[in-house]
Design a protein around this ligand. Structure first.
Ligand SMILES: [Zn+2]
Ligand SMILES: [Zn+2]
Length: 246
């Protein structure tokens, strides 16, 4: 039982780190720079940790830049204020995401540049049999380690299959609906937790919309963004270079 919970927690945080560090703070916002070698390293890391629910950095960056530019208006790809529940919001997000990855929707050119590109990796990672292969690995892991008689544990498997979109759903829904505000910029973004241990800083949506280039999502002395110390260490050891100090 402990092995399954450990796997779930490790998968949750590694996949989330890829999303917040690589896709969001680096890919969409360029809060820091890194060499091509490290970009490829973290791109590969994102694929392995997101596995079956790998998100394409280009589509992520375009959608996310639209989210900032049109926050909580009808042009926002995923504002919770236009949906009754989270599933229809995520379905629309998926349709727009597919539109960008399949190049059926042409984005505004100002959003469509300056993101990590590795076409061969993207092709392999987004290839459906590859996604199924990762899904199969999760299932085999569960078959090996779920103790006899504890069938209910298999109910956690869908979290592994859909890890990336689940993180997106929590952040986009809760981060623009529940919590407090430090800044009033006309949108409905909120800070949901004071110490964001759950979503690694992503739930400081209100702070982040106000200071979109700042690599530390916490802005008050009593707020904690757990990824910021990691960014500082990576900056110190010269893996990345922070563009604007938090
Ligand atoms: Zn937001
Ligand atoms: Zn952002």
């Amino acid at each position: 039982m402990l092995i399954i919970f450990s796997f779930l927690i490790i998968h949750w945080y590694l996949s989330l780190f890829s999303q917040t560090f690589f896709l969001h703070r680096y890919g969409a916002h360029k809060m820091f720079t890194m060499s091509k070698f490290w970009e490829r390293f973290f791109h590969l890391f994102t694929w392995v940790t997101q596995g079956s629910s790998y998100l394409n950095p280009r589509a992520y960056a375009i959608m996310h830049r639209m989210h900032h530019a049109y926050s909580d208006t009808d042009k926002d790809p995923h504002s919770p204020h236009f949906f009754k529940e989270v599933f229809s919001m995520m379905w629309k997000t998926k349709v727009i995401y597919n539109g960008f990855t399949l190049r059926k929707i042409k984005p505004d050119s100002r959003f469509d540049k300056n993101y990590p590109v590795w076409p061969s990796l993207d092709r392999i990672a987004a290839f459906n049999p590859t996604r199924l292969f990762f899904g199969l690995l999760y299932i085999l892991f569960y078959i090996k380690f779920v103790p006899d008689g504890m069938w209910w544990m298999y109910a956690f498997l869908p979290i592994h299959f859909l890890m990336g979109p689940i993180h997106g759903a929590i952040v986009n829904w809760a981060g623009h609906k529940y919590g407090y505000r430090n800044y009033n910029d006309g949108d409905k973004s909120r800070n949901t937790l004071i110490i964001d241990f759950l979503m690694m800083g992503e739930l400081f949506q209100n702070n982040h919309h106000h200071y979109a280039a700042r690599s530390n999502f916490a802005t008050k002395w009593w707020e904690v963004d757990p990824v910021y110390p990691v960014i500082l260490v990576l900056n110190k050891v010269r893996v990345i270079r922070i563009r604007k100090e938090g």
